[in-house]
Design a protein around this ligand. Structure first.
Ligand code: ATP
Length: 336
């Protein structure tokens, strides 16, 4: 029997990515059926709604969402829909695996890091207050409950996936209470997992260490803003944003999306790399217990990447999104 998932088409390169990934899922015979909705800026301009009620209703029924990027206006306009969805459905764990691919040449090989980003608080609660014309306060919220949940999920993941170490990234030297509490909770929870090594690093030092010796890192756990920034940094280590997927997991709902944004500079040009979104769909299949199908797709992507003749422009190739999609579909039919 087919399982239902909700799909949000989003802005910018979103519709192209959805088209590509649904074609590949269909070719891989993923046992899924899709409830597809247009959401985001374009939908807002057309119908005055960012996310139509039917789209929310669908997600509340299927509880699994494959979401392509949505544009967030900079410095003005509506609150980030990504942030809204993560908060509304308490998708507290943002899990971002960053893994080198032998076919994509970068200064480092064997980068294999999984970032656990707290997803519901920190500076992303969007509480800003104008004190006077020249002064603004922004509130960074850190709670024991949310900190415990993300830190514990990082350790549980490490144990379940045979990972050796969890690193806490923070700025507790300056933010002694907020980050200090996060670090204290990390140390308490680490003591419950003697089988997993643990350490901690200050965010600025972490950035330097990541670009000099990324192989020292394994699972990393951090607050919301640090996770946002380090994810992009880490994606650069393995060849760019077109390659990093993510899962946003809560107790009742799960949402899967690429780490990158809506890339308006290449939207509608058939240039986008759909790999990050496709790998997000693979994480979704694994979450839904469809590991065999996910493995088949991952194998096909790796074959196309390692053959290296049909690559998108961000990976220094010349293929369009549709040519790359077609190559993956062809590779699905070929033996390992
Ligand atoms: P957001 O603020 O929504 O997270 P961002 O500032 O991280 O977005 P992106 O939209 O992710 O910005 O784009 C950053 C750069 O990476 C752009 O030049 C864009 O073209 C490129 N990029 C992002 N995603 C892809 C992709 N899937 N394929 C190719 N290039 C991409």
């Amino acid at each position: 029997m087919k399982k239902s998932v909700t799909v949000f088409r989003g802005d910018g390169i979103g519709p192209e990515l959805v088209e590509s990934v649904l074609k590949i899922l269909e070719a891989a015979e993923a046992p899924l059926e899709y409830e597809i909705f247009d959401v985001g800026e374009a939908e807002w301009q057309k119908n005055g709604e960012l996310i139509p009620q039917q789209a929310y209703d669908s997600f509340e029924k299927t509880r699994v969402l494959l979401k392509s990027p949505i544009t967030t206006p900079i410095g003005k306009g509506f609150r980030s829909l990504n942030v809204t969805l993560r908060k509304k459905y308490d998708l507290y764990a943002n899990i971002r695996p960053v893994c080198s691919n032998a076919a994509v040449k970068t200064p480092f090989s064997n980068v294999d890091i999984v970032i656990f980003r707290e997803n519901t608080e920190g500076l992303y609660i969007g509480m800003e207050e104008k004190v006077d014309e020249d002064t603004v306060h922004a509130i960074k919220l850190v709670t024991r409950a949310a900190s415990e949940k993300i830190i514990r999920s990082a350790f549980e993941y490490a144990r379940e996936n045979g990972r050796r170490k969890v690193t806490c990234v923070h700025k507790a030297n300056i933010l002694k209470q907020s980050d200090g509490m996060f670090l204290g909770i990390f140390r308490d929870i680490a003591a419950e997992y003697p089988d997993i090594q643990s350490d901690d690093k200050i965010i600025d030092n972490t950035c330097m260490q990541l670009v000099m010796n990324p192989n020292q890192f394994d699972v990393m756990v951090m607050q919301n803003l640090y996770g946002d920034i380090l994810s992009d940094l880490c994606s650069g280590l393995i060849g760019g944003l077109g390659l990093v997927p993510s899962a946003n997991i809560g107790a009742d709902y799960a949402m899967f999306e690429a780490v990158h944004g809506s890339a308006p500079d290449i939207a509608g040009k058939n240039l986008a790399n759909p790999t990050a979104f496709l790998w997000s769909a693979c994480m979704m299949l694994e979450y839904m217990g469809e590991e065999t199908c996910a493995k088949k797709i991952r194998g096909a992507v790796n074959r196309v990447l390692s053959e290296g003749s049909i690559l998108t422009r961000d990976l220094h190739g010349t293929a369009s999104t549709t040519e790359y999609t077609e190559a993956i579909i062809q590779a699905l039919g070929r033996a390992e």
